[in-house]
Write a protein that binds this ligand. Structure first.
Ligand SMILES: [Zn+2]
Ligand SMILES: [Zn+2]
Length: 512
């Protein structure tokens, strides 16, 4: 089966008109995964752009079967005594291979001691492995042994670790990460067959499981990522298991995105193997910080990001997944900050929502920057770049929020996080720079819903800003790409000053 929709960026412009019924919108609406055959899984954690599959569930394994089947067909009729048994064998092989393909296609790289870990068996719907998961609050259990543990910081750390691990592939760089990668994982990463990886954009990360063994916490996560291996653009789903000793403690926010000696903070080049020449400690094996003990590529598709595609909204009618603790946590938050006002918070959501529609359609994120975390901004910028290169833009006119549901509130030592479910409508179409309609429908409004997670520093109190002013100095918002105010030069996108949007998840990928 030919993969007609495979998108090479160089051909993107010319290919665009092949795609009809576009569906993309700022900050979401973009399917990050998913074969259309599975009902159009949409799970853009990162928020921008479309990651729709190219029509088949996989672009591999098709190709050269045609001639063989013609031969087989002839055999069945001319020499049925050979042809029919052969046909049966072929059917069996095809069915078995299809089942195996539906399961994980990659190689699992486990460290030896993982034999003791009970990995959850793959779910039936294995062609969308990333949609399985446990609620994020599950991770709160880690606070039993590490009261400073913060889900927000943990996610930041994991984004960094995953990206560095990908970048280190095929290079000695993997050895430099000895403090964070188990020996078997390092070995696989430096193998000659490993292509170097560039252009890593994580669209979504989900928690698949949390286990506590006698000595360690183990967390398994699924990353949905777009990346380039050598020159090949891929969409992948990677499963990563990290492990940390139960006695280890979380690093403070300032160090949460830095990979250095997990014990003393010395730069990584001071490590010999997993021994730090500075503090003389063996710092690998999850002794002081999370270490990757298992890596598996669950899904890999040869395709670049698709800017237009045809996927129906799914899950919009589903009830909101409300965490049972959310109301209590919100009450706690109000107690700590009596000036917290739900209406003002919703107004801030609306402000950011409007700026995102404008920024997205104009391919200019400067006004969006103040409201989004670094990770989310990078993902959005990645999509905007693609549209610029494709000389097209996705327009969402008449965007309007219909309703906002409270879904979750998680508070820890460093951050308060509020997840809302936002119901909205907008038009959704893509036009070329020449004004030609490439996909979508200008006059039709689409209804959709998404889960938006907002974070704010736990120490912060005071009214939520509902106007486009710097949350630090109050000047009219002029924020540079790094997220700093041009007047007071303070970085305002960490959530230290006011609520910032850190994650956008689609209905069918949100697990709580
Ligand atoms: Zn050290
Ligand atoms: Zn300022």
């Amino acid at each position: 089966m030919m993969d007609l929709h495979h998108l090479d960026l160089h051909h993107l412009t010319s290919d665009l008109h092949h795609f009809v019924d576009d569906l993309v919108r700022p900050g979401g609406g973009q399917s990050y995964s998913g074969s259309r055959s599975s009902g159009g899984s949409r799970s853009s954690g990162g928020g921008g752009g479309s990651y729709h599959s190219s029509g088949g569930s996989s672009s591999s394994g098709g190709g050269d079967g045609g001639a063989f089947f013609i031969l087989l067909f002839q055999l069945v009729f001319r020499y049925p005594q050979i042809g029919i048994p052969l046909l049966i064998i072929v059917i069996v092989v095809v069915v078995v291979r299809a089942r195996m393909n539906a399961k994980a296609t990659g190689t699992g790289w486990a460290s030896q001691d993982l034999s003791s870990v009970a990995f959850e068996p793959p779910e039936e719907e294995e062609d969308v492995p990333a949609t399985t998961g446990v609620p994020r609050r599950t991770l709160d259990r880690i606070r039993e042994t590490d009261p400073d543990f913060s889900i927000v910081l943990f996610e930041d750390f994991l984004y960094t670790l995953y990206s560095e691990m990908m970048r280190a592939r095929g290079q000695q760089g993997a050895m430099q990460l000895a403090a964070y990668l188990s020996a078997p994982v390092q070995q696989v990463l430096v193998a000659k067959s490993m292509q170097s990886v560039t252009g890593i954009v994580i669209g979504a990360m989900r928690v698949s499981s949390l286990d506590r063994t006698q000595s360690s916490w183990r967390v398994t996560l699924d990353f949905e990522t777009n990346l380039t291996e050598a020159t090949q653009r891929l969409y992948v789903v990677d499963r990563v298991t990290v492990e940390r000793n139960v006695n280890a403690k979380s690093r403070p926010p300032a160090r949460s995105r830095t990979l250095d000696c997990p014990n003393c903070g010395a730069p990584l080049h001071n490590l010999r193997g997993d021994t730090c020449t500075y503090c003389k400690q063996q710092v690998g094996m999850g002794r002081f910080d999370w270490s990757v003990v298992y890596f598996e590529r669950l899904q890999s598709e040869n395709r670049g990001p698709l800017l237009t595609s045809d996927v129906e909204e799914t899950g919009t009618d589903a009830p909101t997944i409300v965490d049972p603790m959310s109301q209590q946590e919100l009450a706690n938050l109000r107690q700590r900050d009596p000036s917290f006002d739900w209406n003002a918070f919703q107004q801030r959501v609306g402000l950011a929502f409007n700026e995102m529609q404008i920024g997205w359609s104009n391919r200019d994120l400067s006004k969006v920057r103040p409201y989004v975390s670094d990770n989310l901004f990078q993902t959005q910028a990645y999509w905007i770049d693609l549209y610029v290169q494709a000389r097209a833009r996705n327009i969402t006119e008449g965007a309007r929020i219909g309703r906002i549901d409270l879904a979750n509130v998680i508070c820890d030592k460093y951050y308060d996080a509020i997840t809302i479910r936002l119901f909205a409508t907008s038009s959704d179409y893509t036009i070329g720079d020449d004004g030609k309609l490439l996909s979508g429908n200008k006059s039709k409004q689409r209804a959709y819903s998404e889960y938006w997670t907002w974070i704010r520093g736990a120490g912060k109190q005071g009214p939520t800003k509902t106007t486009p002013n710097c949350p630090s100095c109050g000047a009219p918002l002029q924020i540079n790409q790094a997220g700093s105010c041009q007047y007071c030069n303070v970085k305002v996108t960490t959530g230290e000053f006011d609520w910032v949007l850190s994650r956008i998840e689609q209905d069918d990928s949100y697990t709580g």
